[in-house]
Design a protein around this ligand. Sequence first.
Ligand SMILES: [Zn+2]
Length: 354
Amino acid sequence: MSLVEPQTAVSAQTMRALTLVADRKIELLDVPAPPPPAAGEVQIGIKAIGLNHLDVWGWRGMAFAKRKMPLVVGVEASGEIRAVGPGVSGFRIGDPVVAYGGLTCGTCKACREGRDNLCENVAGVMGFHVDGFARDLLNMPARLIAPVPAGLSFRDAACAPIAYGTVQHMLFDNAKLKPGETILVQAGGSGIGTVAIKMAKAIGCTVITTVGDDAKAVKAKALGADHVINYRTDRFEGVVRKLTGKKGVDVVFEHVGPDTFNGSLLCLKRGGRLVTCGSTSGQSTTINLFQLYLQQYRIFGSFGASMRNIRDSLDKMAAGLLPVIDTEVPLAEFDRGLARLESRQVFGKIIVLF
Ligand SMILES: [Zn+2]
């Protein structure tokens, strides 16, 4: 007995934290557990983490993004309330929650107006610039926490802060997608691609999507996509022109980058909107300015979401618009999940379970 007790005491004060220690090198470390939450904070026990391309960029390193190491990884997560700090109302121990991954100031004009992802004093994106969610416990400002509606799993809720929130923000705040419009969703098998297909179909849009193989084409059809183009066997620009009677689509949902960007512009109708949140195929491309202004295209760069977008996303999930899950992996195999995501051999989201 006397040997067991000290171990128990130690384990109560330390916790697991999945930590990036060098490019492509992640270790599961024992680190001190956080103190009780301060005023205005809650303590969360993490249950599930959704993997995103942001994780892949952080893992393999980016030339222009300065990061500190060691860094606790994980950019979006769900968990449950473990402790409530002084002055916090609306949360109780055991409540399921998700957390906003940007450390916004909460006081600048953008924050006060609910445009959280335009915060003028953001202290960093968790899991990328500052320590993220892949740890047993963490303290967060209660204003950055959203309650999870009853009946949703931790696995599904983990997709709300980034995958769902980002798409909600892109489609409805930026591109202002309307019922009955036609949208081209690039890379419809990706985590955000699957969400975009489902959200656009849910309001009655016609959805055209691109995928990289025939197996994914079958799955994208099953999600509700009206037309699926295998971009490896067909030029998607030509197929979209044919499908829309040479008119083009109202909106393009982009996140692939140089490989598809100019083709995506060619798919737009005059005055059409392109919204992009990613560039998985590279960082730079050239565009034809003549075409841009003559065709009166509107191009939106989009990053992250507002707290409202995350709450709306959770409501959509509760109403049945659930994420497509590609794989679930245990915490110790976080980097296997990243390698799978990097390979693009995925359909839907990869979730890491605690
Ligand atoms: Zn702010």
